[in-house]
Design a protein around this ligand. Structure first.
Ligand code: FES
Ligand code: FES
Length: 162
């Protein structure tokens, strides 16, 4: 097997700078979990089909299993660990908890980061827009109704709670 050369890169994650040794084929997901220890980003399919590995790169939702770590150099990366501030949950996190929008929680970091990207782009999206933009995030246990409701509640939408 051909050995890949390792190189040192710096990644800006949740306001901190991390220097890591990577090969050209290391994905951002592998680096976050296996080299930096940020286990909130989940490895589901590792194929780009479940959304569990979603993080924000420059504010946009990205599948970290399909993103090379070297392509994230110089960009602002946000994982679920970077969402709370001063010990306070982000409003999306609170809405998910209070609305029962999670069970095992495996899909939740990806769901919440996708939702954050949606709300950062459009403060009051319709239910249809939320459903459409979150279609790539799969949940095997909660169902999607409470998840969509939670995003609407976080957005201050009066129709959020059924
Ligand atoms: S682990 Fe990346 S999309 Fe499933
Ligand atoms: S809460 Fe279990 S997969 Fe979504």
């Amino acid at each position: 097997m051909k050995q890949q050369m390792k190189q040192a890169i710096e990644l800006h994650i949740n306001g901190d700078t991390h220097e890591v040794l990577v090969t050209p084929s290391d994905t951002l997901l592998e680096v976050l979990r296996d080299k930096i220890g940020l286990m909130g980003t989940k490895r589901g399919c590792d194929l780009g089909t479940c959304g569990a590995c979603t993080v924000l790169v420059e504010g946009e939702a990205r599948l970290s299993c399909l993103t090379l770590s070297v392509d994230a150099v110089g960009k602002k990366i946000t994982t679920i660990e970077g969402l709370s501030e001063g010990g306070q949950l982000h409003p999306l996190q609170s809405a998910f908890v209070e609305n029962g929008a999670l069970q095992c929680g495996f899909c939740t970091p990806g769901m919440i980061l996708t939702a954050k990207a949606i709300l950062d782009e459009e403060a009051h999206p319709t239910e249809e827009v939320i459903k459409k933009k979150m279609a790539g995030n799969l949940c095997r246990c909660t169902g999607y109704k409470k998840i969509v409701e939670a995003v609407m509640i976080a957005a201050g939408q009066p129709g959020g709670k059924a």
